[in-house]
Ligand binder design. Structure first.
Ligand code: SF4
Ligand code: MG
Length: 325
């Protein structure tokens, strides 16, 4: 066993580990992109990894009674406990190594949480974990709903989307009238000792998520990655389009892809000029089937403002000293 694991940058598909650490045996829906996030982070991290899964689709669908797809050690944590389970595990490993009860070596601690468990209910626990100096990575897989309890809206749901909490109707067409929470910059701005925070999409750009996981694990310290993860059931599209929707989220600019390393923010993917109209992304999803022209224009105007007005395009919502949305 080695003391250190060297995480080299993955430059092509041939560099990706052939071994699977999130294997067959799960019961996620066909085309589930959160499942792809699980597969990719475990491939990037390798076998010396402990995965901590909070309640959500990636707990419920992955660990039906007496089955599991996890080949690495795995533990279920309470819905809002992504931060605290990661912190406790990392602190426990450090104590055991310090006391000589287990060999000193690099063991990756990775907690994953959904948007309800991470960005809403579990935000306080993540904040606490990000204020420490423990080696841990928290991965938010954001499918913009509480999917395992039947697609309820969360603080991360796109404006206007239909969910079981926000159905469209003849009196009120738009029930989900909150703009999506901007969680990664919020965590970066409030936790100056965090060395690495990033956003990513499993399908696009290729290899980006794998390398961001590797970078986070190499940096050590508390780190955080927010992934946008299309969900065929909740977003209402054919499962074959999960990768395409991920690509369109990046190319339309509705989900900016970037990293913040030691306080320096950098876009890791620049959308084309001009950006792909956001309507192309929204029209592929049944949850926006009730949209009229004015609704598409409303979302487009917000996306345009993100890229044209914000102090750091797509990242920091400040213009002329005022917070924008
Ligand atoms: Fe995946 Fe969505 Fe199905 Fe949950 S509901 S298993 S997130 S596709
Ligand atoms: Mg969710």
């Amino acid at each position: 066993m080695t003391d250190e694991i060297v995480f080299e940058k993955i430059r092509g598909i041939h560099n990706v580990l052939r071994e699977e650490f999130y294997s067959s045996g799960h019961r996620t829906c066909e085309g589930c992109e959160p499942a792809m996030v699980m597969r990719m982070f475990s491939k990037a991290a390798g076998p010396r990894t402990i995965a901590l899964g909070t309640t959500g689709c990636m707990y419920v669908a992955n660990t039906a009674y007496m089955t599991t797809p996890w080949v690495i050690p795995w533990m279920h944590a309470q819905l809002g406990a992504g931060g605290s389970s990661a912190l406790g595990t990392s602190a426990g490993l450090r104590a055991l190594m310090k006391k000589g009860k287990i060999p000193k070596e690099k063991i990756n601690t990775i907690a994953f949480c959904g948007d309800l468990g991470g960005a809403d209910m579990g935000l306080a626990a993540i904040s606490s974990a990000l204020q420490t100096d423990y080696d841990l990575l928290i991965i938010l897989y954001d499918n913009e709903s509480a999917a395992n309890t039947d697609i309820q809206a969360t603080g991360m749901t796109t404006w206007g989307a239909q969910t079981t909490f926000t159905p469209t109707g003849s009196v009120k067409r738009i029930m989900q009238n909150r703009w999506k929470k901007n969680v990664a910059p919020m965590l970066a701005a409030g936790h100056p000792n965090v060395k690495y925070i990033a956003t990513a999409i499993a399908s696009y750009p290729p290899l980006d998520l794998l390398n961001k996981v590797r970078k986070a694990l190499s940096v050590g310290g508390p780190t955080f990655i927010h992934t946008l993860a299309p969900c065929p059931k909740g977003w209402d599209y054919h499962p074959r389009y999960s990768d395409k929707l991920g690509e369109l989220a990046a190319r339309t600019g509705i989900f900016p892809v970037y990293e913040i390393e030691n306080g320096v923010a950098r876009l890791t993917y620049k959308p084309p000029t001009p950006r792909v109209p956001v309507r192309e992304y929204l029209e592929m999803q049944g949850r926006f089937a009730h949209f009229k022209d004015e609704d598409f224009q409303y979302v487009q105007s917000h996306v345009d403002a993100m890229w044209e007005d914000w102090e750091l395009p797509g990242i920091v919502p400040i213009k002329d000293g005022r917070i924008k949305s």
